[in-house]
Design a protein around this ligand. Structure first.
Ligand code: Y39
Ligand code: FE
Ligand code: FE
Ligand code: FE
Length: 230
């Protein structure tokens, strides 16, 4: 009941809402832009899957345009400098992996971690979004499941050869997600999104993906614990 009462008080035109939206909207736009580039980069590392990866990258570019429209619709200017800093560490790790030709690490960062983060954020946002953004986000989240699935299928097919690199990449990158969630917690709450719900949805998608790839429950528990330490 309290939850419902709070939700009905969201004022999409208030300065408080728009101020928080200027950062969250920028994060999403920057995330979609980086995802677009990440899929293009992975297309170079995986010539066999080039066409499919280019198709996924084009979807990310459409998502970016959709979320730019959401900001305009609310008369909000996204704070892109803030958003670039928000992604800087994860972005740096992806760039490093790409330069070293570590496709498994690239897939873990973009197709598992970032996609699971996107799925959590969009699922939690949809019920509290303004009507325009809700429609856009509903279309986008369906695509994000396709992206997560690409990573799952590829890594499942190459599981034994990828396992050790996946464990290392998880150890290095999952703590960043927790830092990022802590950083957005206040702004997300202003938009009606609870951190606990984001964490729960993220861990469900990420844990299910690890399970589908071939990790045991015990291994998934161990890998998930790296996040909690941040
Ligand atoms: O694959 C994708 O489209 C991912 C780039 C998008 C990432 C979105 C990250 C959302 C985090 C928002 C945090 C708000 C609470
Ligand atoms: Fe996307
Ligand atoms: Fe995506
Ligand atoms: Fe809270």
């Amino acid at each position: 009941m309290q939850e419902l009462a709070l939700r009905s008080e969201l004022d999409f035109n208030s300065e408080t809402y728009k101020d928080a939206y200027s950062r969250i909207n920028a994060i999403v736009i920057e995330g979609e832009q980086e995802a677009y580039q990440n899929y293009l980069d992975m297309a170079q590392l995986l010539p066999e899957d080039e066409a499919e990866l280019i198709r996924l990258s084009k979807m990310e570019n459409r998502h970016k345009k959709g979320f730019q429209a959401c900001g305009k619709n609310l008369n909000v200017t996204p704070d892109m400098d803030y958003a670039q800093q928000f992604f800087a560490e994860l972005h740096g790790n992806f760039q490093k992996a790409k330069a070293e030709g570590k496709i498994v690490t690239c897939l873990l960062i973009q197709s598992l971690i970032i996609e699971a983060f996107a799925i959590a954020a969009y699922n939690i946002y949809i019920p509290v979004a303004d009507p325009f953004a809700r429609k856009i986000t509903e279309g986008v989240v369906k695509d994000e499941y396709t992206h997560l699935n690409f990573g799952e299928v590829w890594l499942k097919e190459h599981f034994e050869a990828s396992k050790a690199e996946l464990e290392d990449a998880n150890k290095e990158n999952l703590p960043l997600v927790w830092q990022m969630l802590n950083q957005v917690e206040k702004d997300a709450e202003v938009l009606g999104m609870e951190k606990e719900a984001l964490v729960e949805d993220f861990m469900i998608s990420y844990g299910e993906a690890l399970s589908n790839i071939g990790f045991s429950t015990r291994e998934i528990m161990k890998m998930s614990a790296y996040g909690l330490r941040a």
